[in-house]
Design a protein around this ligand. Structure first.
Ligand code: ADP
Ligand code: MG
Length: 625
């Protein structure tokens, strides 16, 4: 094979430049990336050997060896892993837009926040941050030819070459020709520190060649601890080791909130080490997000991102599962159907819910701000654990100070009034709209607390959350008798005004006949003349909004138009005789109520016109007086 020249796929130059530029302050991560690749390659080889029971190769001494050359300003990183053949190297190293790199580039383009950097697996190309030239010598384990391998060379400028070389051992050796400015990375102590920081938990010995003054000889010194921390007895692992393992598997720079390390024996034997992060990853709402746990079988790494161990609403949990009983050749498809996986999932879910319940309030609120909206999905997703998930929910309420102070359902129930039969809640687009809704006026007066739900998912969740500890939920946006019982004190005075208003009600029903279901008198409001509610069997406004935002057709909601007989405006309108005038007033009131309920109007210009015409009439009357 002669030397062959290729160019990188996609706009490699631009991508490389962008990456090098934005990672510059954190360039040491290239070590982490290359070691992670070497370790992956070794794990792949180990896996093949274990699953095929190659007794010869089982004895293979896997290691990653690093050679620092201060004189030549070079670094070599060598592994005895799976290696690559020609096609593989072209496919793997010829495409810059690999998963990690691509999402990294996307996020730095959208987000100038440098905190994100370091959380990504940016991959092989990070070596060009510090190198003017990179060689990759490799030989695939599939290659039966005794002496040949290939060499890949590139200056990171859009092109690379591939040619045959002599190579005896299988595996890969990366040679970095460092830029003159990067001598720092040929120093033993610097590299030792970086490896300890990022790669201590790699399950394979990482060794650096050192000159030993005493023996006047070069020796290989192991830098990392290379132990599978989850297999060690809890008693012998300290907090810092747990945290550093978390950082290693997630690339998260924040400490986790807590972790659960447990060994399950019996029918299904496995160990799990699960972490609750304190910060949501940048892509938590991204469907293609890397979710799931790492799977090991008897300490052999099998695969990443196994989603089957976690319900979707716990997708933020990170960690590993090491099973004793699963077959090594398990595939993602088999995982999906495997009954044992489901059993593990159930146990893990219970454990996580339990640990969340017991986190102290301060930490739990931090957690809730990051992941609360995801936990809420569980109410619909996990019927079996619904009650336990409901216990985890936090809400702002009429009585909490602001949007970021919370009350749990347990606390709400504790403070419930003696004649209060239901748990009241209001849903709206945002906290402020909800908090200022006319529906809450009477609750404020009567000192009854109402949960304020203002997240997108809330309306949907409340379809599944119908009761808590036997007490039903009730939306204050919907008409309900129990609500009326608390609020409408039906004394004589009320009855009087009811009869007085009969005329007005008839007129309203006539004018708004195609817009509303009926008119009803209410004493729920003090400052609001009129408002809209829906019948309990009607779709709520918030739900209708969600549907139409998702591009679905929604039936037109027929509202109940509620008027407040004690309000000055209603009193005044009931006395107006002129037919045209009364029509304008009523339509204006309806639009007002609609605005309060929906936050927007279909034809705001008409509303403004009506208001203006009424204003002009009022002011000109005054002037003439
Ligand atoms: P990622 O590791 O996220 O897949 P990288 O850019 O780090 O992305 O590596 C690209 C690919 O190159 C790897 O997926 C792997 O197939 C191959 N590769 C890189 N380094 C090695 C190595 N030391 N041995 C074998 N294959 C490697
Ligand atoms: Mg990689």
């Amino acid at each position: 094979m002669k030397k062959e020249k290729y160019s990188f796929k996609s706009e490699s130059k631009e991508l490389l430049n962008l990456m090098i530029h934005s990672l510059y302050s954190n360039k040491e991560i290239f070590i982490r990336e290359l070691i992670s690749n070497a370790s992956d390659a070794i794990e792949k080889d180990r896996f093949i050997n274990v699953s095929q029971n190659n007794s010869n190769d089982l004895k293979k001494n896997y290691e990653i060896k690093i050679n620092l050359d201060e004189k030549e300003n070079k670094i070599k990183i060598k592994d005895n892993g799976i290696g690559m053949d020609k096609n593989e190297i072209i496919k793997n190293l010829g495409t810059i837009a690999k998963s990690g790199t691509k999402s990294f580039i996307k996020s730095i383009k959208n987000n100038k926040n440098n905190n994100l950097i370091g959380k990504f697996g940016v991959g092989f190309y990070s070596s060009f941050i510090v190198s003017k030239k990179v060689y990759v010598k490799t030989k695939s384990v599939k290659n039966k030819d005794k002496n040949t391998g290939i060499i890949w060379k590139s200056k990171g400028n859009g092109e690379y070459t591939v040619e045959k070389i002599k190579k005896k051992n299988t595996g890969t050796e990366i040679i970095l020709f460092l830029k003159n400015s990067e001598k720092y990375f040929t120093n033993y102590y610097n590299i030792e520190r970086i490896i300890k920081k990022y790669s201590d938990h790699i399950n394979i010995p990482i060794k650096i060649k050192r000159y030993n003054e005493k023996n006047k000889k070069n020796v290989w010194k192991q830098i990392n601890s290379a132990k599978s921390i989850w297999t060690i007895d809890k008693k012998n692992i300290d907090k810092y080791e747990y945290i550093s393992f978390y950082k290693y598997i997630t690339n998260d720079t924040n400490n986790p909130i807590t972790w659960i390390h447990s060994k399950v024996e019996g029918n299904q034997e496995y160990i799990s080490l699960l972490y609750i992060p304190s910060k949501a990853p940048w892509d938590i709402w991204n469907r293609e997000q890397n979710k799931g746990l790492k799977l090991y079988i008897n300490k052999v790494y099998i695969m990443d991102n196994v989603e089957q161990f976690l319900p979707n609403y716990l997708r933020f949990v990170k960690g590993i599962v090491d099973s004793k009983d699963l077959p090594l050749n398990i595939s993602r498809e088999i995982l999906q159907e495997n009954k044992n996986i489901n059993i593990i999932k159930k146990t893990i879910t219970k454990k996580i819910l339990n640990v969340l319940k017991n986190i102290n309030t301060y930490k739990y609120e931090i957690f809730w701000k990051e992941f609360g909206a995801i936990i809420k999905e569980g109410i619909a997703e996990d019927i079996e654990n619904k009650e336990n998930i409901a216990k985890l929910l936090l809400f702002s309420s009429l009585k909490t100070k602001n949007k970021n102070t919370y009350i749990s359902l347990k606390k709400y129930i504790k403070n419930i009034k003696s004649d209060q039969k239901k748990i009241y809640f209001i849903t709206a687009d945002n906290y402020k709209t909800a908090k200022n809704s006319p529906h809450l006026e009477m609750f404020k007066k009567k000192d009854i607390d109402v949960l304020i739900l203002h997240e997108r998912i809330d309306e949907w969740m409340m379809n599944y959350l119908t009761e808590f500890k036997g007490i039903q939920f009730q939306s204050v946006n919907k008409f309900d008798e129990s609500l009326n019982k608390i609020i409408n004190s039906k004394d004589k005075k009320n009855k009087e005004s009811n009869t007085k208003l009969k005329d007005l009600i008839k007129k309203i029903e006539k004018i708004l006949f195609n817009k509303i279901k009926k008119v009803r008198i209410t004493y729920r409001f003090s400052e609001t003349p009129a408002a809209l509610t829906t019948d309990s069997n009607e779709m709520s406004t918030q739900m209708a909004k969600l549907f139409s935002a998702a591009g679905q057709k929604v039936p037109k909601i027929k509202y109940i138009f509620e008027i407040n007989p004690d309000h000055k405006l209603i009193k005044k309108i009931s006395k107006i005789k002129n037919k045209k005038d009364i029509k304008t007033w009523i339509k204006m009131l309806f639009d007002q109520a609609l605005l309060n309920e929906k936050g927007s109007l279909q034809e705001p210009n008409k509303f403004i016109k009506r208001v203006n015409s009424l204003l002009i009439k009022q002011t000109s009357k005054k002037n003439s007086l």
